[in-house]
Design a binder for this molecule. Structure first.
Ligand code: NAD
Length: 332
């Protein structure tokens, strides 16, 4: 059995090596190249392909793999948004993903950034760099005094709620489908408006779907407490960036920590040194002392990377051996 893994980075190599050692029945080929129509040739003779990239898995690419009799594709990431699903069905592909690789990685980073906002670390670092060591007037707030409104009670939202409760914060959780265990624990609300009204911090943990597109816009900000802090570790499309800028200007929003942006593929995971961003909303938000932007790195821990590598390779091997895997994505 032969598998090729595309786009393997330095940080993934030790986990790939361990996996190969534990699975001697597999001939594993690794390349740093991303999977596209040209590099697909490297997969000739393989039974399965493992990949992780923002580049699209186009109809042409899938056709190329199909012509080489390769139909087992395992993605090391969660989403399959960049797969041409119609072509995948047409050419008979079986696709797996890694739906949960480390919810704690994202939740812990969300809390880190929330603490940074509350303790105004960006402001202090800017002052410190100018050798201004006075503490006033940048007085901070404590997490144990906050009401944290968590939107989305999935894998990550639940860990975020757990950590915030551990810090002594009051936590409210909203989910579009009620969660009986959270109702029982007394932290659930079925009203987003109530969560907006009560929370001093709002943290988003829902997927990017039609119903969540620009869910935080001018109308939503108007329903919140003045000075509310916004945490978005989920997807950029959840927030209307122009409306956020307006709300920051008026003080309605007191600060934001954004690990994701609507047009992040323009700039994130690229070396942009000495290059204009050509992304005015990013430039505006990034120069603010009460806005913390990170380049979609919340997931990026050794634990998460290990799980992505191991689970995708296991799933691909399973597909080849049995024609199925519990990580298989429905293409219907
Ligand atoms: P999940 O599927 O486990 O949970 C999502 C929850 O949102 C579910 O409980 C679902 O019922 C709920 N939901 C769906 N639509 C909703 C709506 N309209 N209103 C309220 N609730 C709704 O997902 P997860 O693993 O917790 O991931 C959450 C988000 O985090 C996703 O958008 C994911 O893409 C993002 N994410 C970001 C990073 C990063 O590095 N920044 C890494 C992984 C995941």
């Amino acid at each position: 059995m032969k598998i090729i893994a595309y786009g393997i980075c330095e940080d993934e190599r030790p986990y790939v090596k361990n996996w190969q050692w534990a699975n001697p029945d597999v001939e594993l080929v690794c390349t740093g190249k991303l999977l596209d129509v040209e590099s697909a040739e490297l997969a000739r003779g393989c039974d399965g392909v493992v990949a992780y990239q923002q580049k699209s898995y186009s109809a042409d690419l899938l056709k190329r793999l199909h012509e080489m009799n390769i139909h087992n594709l395992s993605l090391r990431n969660v989403g399959i948004d960049n797969v041409d699903v119609e072509a995948a069905v047409k050419y008979g592909f079986k696709i797996t993903n890694v739906p949960v690789y480390s919810p704690a990685a994202i939740a812990e980073f969300g809390v880190t950034q929330l603490l940074n906002l509350l303790r105004r670390t960006k402001e202090y670092q800017a002052k410190f760099a100018k050798r201004d060591y006075r503490w006033a007037p940048n007085i901070s707030k404590e997490l144990n005094q906050q009401t944290v409104g968590i939107v989305g009670a999935g894998h990550i939202g639940r860990v975020m709620a757990h950590i915030c409760r551990g810090f002594g914060a009051r936590v409210m959780v909203y989910n579009h489908r009620p969660k009986p265990d959270l109702v029982k624990a007394g932290v659930f609300t079925d009203s987003l408006d109530e969560l907006y009204k009560e929370s001093t911090v709002i943290s988003l943990h829902v997927p990017a779907v039609k119903s969540t597109y620009h869910m935080l816009n001018r109308d939503a900000f108007a329903k919140m407490q003045k000075g509310v802090l916004i945490i978005n570790m989920s997807r950029g499309s959840l927030i209307d960036e122009q409306d956020l800028i307006e709300a920051l200007d008026s003080g309605q929003v007191g600060g934001a920590a954004l690990d994701v942006l609507e047009d992040e593929t323009k700039i994130f995971n690229k070396d942009m040194a000495n290059q204009p961003s050509n992304y005015p909303a990013f430039d505006d938000l990034n120069q603010r002392e009460n806005v913390l932007i990170t380049p979609h790195t919340a997931f990026y821990t050794d634990e998460a990377v290990r799980n992505m590598v191991e689970q995708s390779l296991n799933a691909n091997r399973e597909l080849i051996l049995t024609g199925a895997s519990d990580k298989m994505v429905s293409l219907a």
